[in-house]
Ligand binder design. Structure first.
Ligand SMILES: O=c1ccn([C@@H]2O[C@H](COP(=O)(O)OP(=O)(O)O[C@H]3O[C@H](CO)[C@@H](O)[C@H](O)[C@H]3O)[C@@H](O)[C@H]2O)c(=O)[nH]1
Ligand SMILES: O=P(O)(O)OC[C@H]1O[C@](O)(CO)[C@@H](O)[C@@H]1O
Length: 945
């Protein structure tokens, strides 16, 4: 026993020491980053500096107000026809009878997003809200989670619908429920599915409301880390503003778990995939125009832990922007505090009555309270079941009830609460304890973390012999939750949330609405909630004596209890969804400085009389992006328009004699995309590259007839290098529909005089720091012990959207994750790729990537992503693993790539490949060589015939 204790103590010490070292290192790096940024940004005139002083900036003061009313969504805005996309990825979301507390994935976020979707759709000016979530058709869960569409009912509307829908997108194995920690590899598939839905919906809404012009989402809003990452990709593909809400943040959870000292960093990472999650959150910060938080505390102490956010720097940048002073390529998302609302439809006037009598008069004698047939009128009018479920546990049900209600998640810390209660004799005499920890049939069938919580609870009840004093009912329905709060309030009880960290805490506002004073953790949102409601006490969740004392105080002091109840009821209106939505829409309006390109908008062709053949031609020509020549929506007269179309068509037809009219670029049935990074150890293109292109084209031609298939090349090499490599290849360069060079930062159309797609470039310009990052990237890529010439600019490959650097053979440079972190800490948002067998580093815009280029083309040419086949080698550039996920098919040609850049992707203590790539993806096939026959076989095997 002694040995075990000694061993545990030693382990705890070791974890604490490692943790302290890691934190110190990070702090130092952050300081360096912030100082760098501050130095650059200090080049302002004295007058400007004063105005940049965060402490005197007026708008910043507003930020700290929990219910900012600085912006109002006016009634005039009702003429807008907004389409809003919300994403909450993990599924188990439905409009009615939500299964909150079902497991550690189903909690406040589910309620928040559904109530937000309804409230937004009910706001003037909003036509439709789609809440995207994962479709689950597993026998493990209710069949409602498999329905592709659910209309959220709105009793106040005549039609019963307010225009809010849950849209369920398949991703990953359909028949399996996947816990949120394991969803990461399925994100690309979700993105592709979501993109299909949004494009179709934009067209349909456009036809209905916008004269045929697509109605693109006003905003794409990701909830939680996973959906934040999804939203970032969607916003990149569509050029639509993105908003992020964290709900619960990985860095915070990580720090708290380490503080507990039970699990090492590695163990935490293995259980919670915390490093992958943190990267998702950082990516969300890179892309988000705005982050909605529920409290100021969330901004300062939770988002403040991230590389990509610094309050001071954000303030400086905001003031500079407002004054029209350059931000020198640096960006920080805007953080706004807009607390969630309460659904008051279940709150009755009775909840706010001051003198509502005590429980004794309601329940009658002790005997009657034990017998449901003798329940007084008031109880029989409401759902009794839940109350009986609770009451049956108590020896004396008249005592005040201390209520805890949360998901059965270790971080909710109910075990410390039980210890606090169990070891405080006075508290046990004065009060009962009710633990509502989700629903269960059999603890054995629960997820591991939930069953550990429940088992520990049962053991502690036994250890402290709390029988008759603690209720821990197995079931409750969502509709019964109000009654549970009411019961506790009637007994003059207290609500407690002792979570190790609580990002916000919906239960606290729920308790207040039902007249129940609270004791809450001082870690997180409750600090701000209690400032507004002033209805209880804050405690250190690690300190069980403090918890017991606070509970005792509220239970024993009748005046304090009444005061807290009154305050809560008086101030709860501050949490209103209507106010939330008006505030939110006004804020979003202010950050809308991006729009989808015209090219995306012209995909829908207005109906008007024309011959079939001409319509066909127009269709082709429009997809051929001649929008510079043709204006839609009747701005050019019909004759001029038709002439232009015919001219464009003739131009196109002459460009590619192989393909003919029907299967021209933009009208293909399939895209074959070659993304094999064939370089030798010096980073020179190998002959395999040419052989592979030949084989893929030959095989495609044999199997399908060339015209049906478009070819695209994706490469990390520059345009010049690509042309050089292709010149040795016995194929026509015009046979490619697109060449995507410099790791996705440039796109050229060989069939259109090799013109660069300027829309794509404009699209990619988002947050590109340009010249400002040029020397910084090189400086930061060098390691501390590296030499000056380890990394040098390679001007010949540079372009306005890509800075390329040569790496000296054998030199050490920072890995992608490390370098990205350093750039983020300085406010730079870029995508980084090592290419040409790690002999070259490309620094490109945030949304420029090979996979995003494919998404862009699929939207523009209206080719379903599932009709795209990607050919890759066994290794590749550092963006290689991004090429695998999604709805497209991938054929891995073995033996084509001997040297990749993969070793420079991530440090060992970061997440692993399996946390990013779906290992069981049925759309991936390996082929022994690049021989045509094998390719044909692989195509058949993945369902391409
Ligand atoms: O057995 C249970 C357990 C919970 N709930 C409900 O589930 C919600 C729980 O929400 P909350 O207390 O906010 O906690 P989380 O589930 O952890 O929600 C996350 O998301 C919320 C919304 O952003 C934030 O308030 C939290 O801090 C954050 O951890 C509340 O409505 C509860 O009434 C039940 O109905 N039954
Ligand atoms: O413990 P974590 O992973 O921080 O997660 C809390 C989050 O998980 C959920 O239960 C899942 O959506 C949310 O309610 C909440 O946002």
């Amino acid at each position: 026993m002694c040995w075990r204790i000694w061993h545990l103590a030693r382990k705890k010490k070791q974890i604490a020491w490692n943790d302290a070292r890691r934190l110190a290192k990070r702090r130092l790096e952050r300081e360096q980053g912030r100082n760098d940024a501050a130095d650059d940004l200090s080049e302002l005139s004295e007058g400007e500096k004063e105005k940049c002083d965060p402490d005197v900036s007026e708008p910043i003061k507003n930020l700290s107000r929990i219910n900012s009313d600085t912006q109002i969504w006016f009634d005039t805005d009702k003429s807008k026809h907004l389409y809003i996309v919300l994403i909450s990825m993990h599924g188990l979301v439905r409009g009615e009878n939500m299964e909150l507390g079902r497991d550690s994935d189903t909690g406040g976020q589910v309620k928040y997003v559904v109530e937000l979707a309804r409230a937004l759709a009910n706001t003037k000016g909003v036509d439709r809200v789609d809440l995207l979530t994962r479709q689950i058709t597993s026998p493990e869960v209710d069949s409602s989670y498999g329905e592709p569409i659910e209309m959220l009912s709105c009793p106040s509307h005549a039609t019963g619908s307010c225009g809010a829908y849950i849209i369920r997108i398949p991703s990953g194995p359909r028949d399996k429920y996947i816990a949120k920690e394991s969803l990461w590899p399925h994100i690309p598939e979700f993105v592709d599915g979501a993109l299909n839905h949004i494009v179709n919906m934009a067209r349909a809404l456009g036809d209905q409301l916008n004269g045929g012009k697509p109605t693109w989402p006003y905003v794409i809003h990701g909830h939680y880390a996973d959906a934040g990452e999804v939203a970032a990709h969607l916003s990149g593909a569509l050029n639509v503003p993105m908003v992020l809400t964290g709900h619960s943040l990985g860095r915070n959870k990580f720090e708290q778990l380490l503080k507990q000292g039970r699990l090492s960093k590695e163990a935490i990472n293995a259980t919670y995939k915390i490093m992958r999650r943190i990267e998702g959150e950082e990516l969300g910060l890179d892309a988000a125009e705005m982050v909605v938080t529920s409290t100021m505390q969330e901004i300062e102490e939770q988002w403040g832990l991230y590389d990509g956010f610094d309050l001071k720097l954000e303030r400086k940048l905001r003031v500079r922007r407002r004054r029209g002073v350059s931000c020198l390529g640096r960006y920080m998302p805007r953080m706004v505090v807009i607390p969630p609302g309460m659904d008051f439809s279940y709150v009755t006037t009775q909840d706010s009555l001051e003198n509502d009598g005590d429980l004794m008069s309601l329940l009658g004698s002790d005997d009657r309270a034990q017998n449901k047939t003798h329940l007084p009128q008031i109880w029989s009018e409401i759902t009794i079941l839940a109350l009986m479920q609770i009451m049956r546990f108590f020896t004396n049900p008249h005592k005040p009830t201390i209520l805890a209600l949360s998901r059965p998640d270790p971080k909710k810390n109910v075990t410390t609460l039980l210890k606090a209660f169990g070891e405080c004799q006075l508290l046990r005499e004065l009060a009962n304890l009710t633990l509502i920890l989700g629903n269960r049939d059999d603890i054995e069938d629960m997820s591991n973390s939930s069953s550990v919580v429940l088992t520990t609870v049962l053991k502690l009840i036994d250890r402290f012999d709390l029988y008759g004093q603690v209720a821990y009912p197995k079931h409750h329905k969502q509709s019964e939750v109000p009654e549970i709060y009411r019961l506790a309030a009637k007994t003059k009880g207290v609500f407690i949330n002792p979570a190790l960290v609580e990002p916000f805490g919906l239960t606290l506002i729920e308790a207040a609405a039902y007249g129940l004073p609270v004791v809450a953790t001082k870690n997180g949102g409750p600090v701000d909630i209690l400032k507004v409601l002033n209805n209880g006490l804050l405690v250190d969740p690690h300190d069980q004596n403090a918890i017991a004392d606070a509970l005792l105080k509220l239970v024993a002091d009748k005046n304090l209890w009444a005061e807290c109840r009154k305050n809560g009821l008086r101030n709860i209106h501050r949490f209103s969804w209507t106010e939330h939505c008006r505030n939110y829409l006004s804020r979003v309006e202010h950050c809308r400085n991006r729009h989808p390109t015209n090219r995306l908008e012209i995909m829908t062709i207005p109906e008007e009389p024309m011959s079939d053949s001409l319509r066909d031609v127009e269709d082709i020509s429009l997809r051929f992006s001649i929008e510079g020549d043709i204006k839609l929506n009747g701005e050019i007269d019909a004759a001029a328009r038709q002439k232009k179309i015919v001219e464009a068509f003739t131009r196109m037809a002459s460009l590619n004699s192989n393909t003919g009219i029907v299967y021209s670029p933009g009208r293909r049935q399939m895209l074959f995309v070659i993304a094999a990074d064939c370089y030798d150890s010096n980073g020179e293109t190998t002959e395999t590259f040419q052989a592979m292109i030949m084989n893929v084209m030959k095989d495609a031609g044999l199997c399908f007839g060339l015209g049906k298939i478009g070819f695209v090349l994706l490469t990390g090499s520059s345009f010049r290098e690509t042309m050089q490599a292709l010149s040795c290849c016995p194929v026509n360069i015009e046979d490619f529909d697109a060449l995507v060079c410099n790791s996705g930062s440039e796109m050229y159309y060989p069939w259109k005089d090799m013109v660069a797609d300027t829309d794509y470039e404009a699209h990619m310009a988002y947050r590109w720091p340009g010249e400002n990052v040029r020397s910084m990237a090189m400086r930061l890529a060098r390691t501390e012990d590296g030499a000056e010439d380890d990394i040098t600019e390679y001007v010949a490959a540079c372009s306005s959207r890509c800075y390329s650097y040569s790496i000296k053979p054998g030199a050490k440079t920072r890995r992608i994750d490390d370098l990205r972190q350093r750039l983020r800490m300085r406010g730079f948002r870029c995508n980084l790729v090592y290419t040409r067998a790690a002999s070259r580093l490309n620094v490109v815009p945030l949304f420029a990537s090979r996979i995003q280029a494919l998404r862009y083309l699929s939207i523009r040419w209206a080719i379903d992503v599932s009709k795209v086949v990607l050919f890759v080698g066994e290794k590749g550039d550092t963006d290689y693993e991004d090429l695998f996920g999604g709805l497209h098919k991938t054929i891995v040609l073995k033996g084509t790539v001997a040297y990749g850049s993969g070793k420079l992707l991530r440090n060992e203590d970061n997440f692993k490949r399996e946390d990013a790539v779906d290992q069981g993806n049925p759309n991936i096939k390996f082929v022994e060589t690049s021989e045509g026959q094998n390719i044909a076989g692989a195509l058949v095997a993945i369902g391409i015939k």
